[in-house]
Write a protein that binds this ligand. Structure first.
Ligand code: WAQ
Ligand code: MG
Length: 254
């Protein structure tokens, strides 16, 4: 038995009542780790650089071990870019290589860049025409019920690459789950933490990092999932929100 432990924090009340998104986290742990983790996530929410949370929701929910699916953590590449403008140009090129049309890639980039503030979840766009496919509005689709299969091994592997920080670890696990989704073509992401400018494009080509996808100090980040044309959006959303997933390093070369 595993427990899904998830936290979402907002300022100005519950997200559902219009509160501003501050922080969120998703983990999948053995019962013995759930209580300490819940406390850790509350602490994280209270100390977040996006601002002081006045609403924190922690959910702890059992997940049947036999329901868990294993997915591979994508290989990581880092593209050196001088600033956010260069990073976004390079990210558009990577999206094209992943099979996203130029129009859709630009629509995704523009949707993130135009957000007045960060959403709690992600937008799903058609990888061919760029149209928004999910009906979740300003909330976005929240990917949930995932973790690294072996957190210590992932941390060690990231350390060897000089990438051992929470942002990379959590983003890799999320990207692993998303990339394995039915009908998924690619993902575009940059952080909503004002001091963290990096972002990535993930696809079956791997996890391609860019040191800068936004300006330093900007509190607006987000995620766009590009779905292949003809994708069953309801099945994809159900997978993203509900399918328990552990991400493994199986395909990583050392
Ligand atoms: N499901 C869907 N969308 C999410 C989720 C989730 N579980 N978690 C975050 N988001 C969305 C939401 O709109 C956030 O505002 C946005 O993504 C950014 O989230 O290789 O730190 O947790 O150096 O701030 C990427 C680069 C860091 C890491 C990403 O994202 C690297 C990051 P954050
Ligand atoms: Mg953040």
């Amino acid at each position: 038995m595993l427990y899904s432990v998830r936290m979402r924090a907002a300022q100005g009340g519950d997200h559902a009542a219009g509160g501003r998104h501050i922080s969120g986290a998703e983990r999948l742990v053995p019962p013995g780790e759930a209580a300490a983790l819940a406390g850790e996530l509350v602490e994280r929410a209270l100390g977040h650089s996006r601002g002081r949370a006045d609403f924190i929701n922690v959910t702890v929910e059992a997940v049947a071990a036999q329901a868990v699916r294993l997915v591979p953590i994508p290989a990581v590449r880092t593209v050196a870019v001088a600033d956010a403008t260069a990073g976004r140009t390079a990210a558009l090129e990577e999206l094209a290589r992943a099979g996203v049309s130029a129009a859709a890639a630009l629509a995704g980039m523009d949707s993130l860049a135009a957000l007045p503030d960060s959403m709690r979840g992600a937008m799903i766009l058609c990888a061919a025409c760029g149209r928004r496919l999910d009906g979740s509005g300003e909330r976005g689709i929240r990917v949930s019920r995932m973790d690294a299969a072996d957190g210590a091994a992932l941390l060690a592997a990231l350390r060897r690459r000089g990438l051992a920080n929470d942002h990379v670890r959590e983003a890799l696990v999320l990207a692993a789950k998303v990339a394995a989704g039915p009908g998924m073509a690619a993902e575009l992401c940059w952080s909503d933490d004002p001091e963290y400018t990096a972002g990535y494009v993930a696809s079956r080509r791997g996890y391609c990092r860019f040191a800068h996808l936004k300006e330093y100090g900007c509190p607006v980040g987000g995620r766009v999932f590009f779905a292949a044309p003809g994708c069953d959006v309801a099945a994809l959303v159900d997978y993203l929100e509900r399918q328990p997933v552990l991400a493994t390093l199986a395909n990583w070369e050392e």
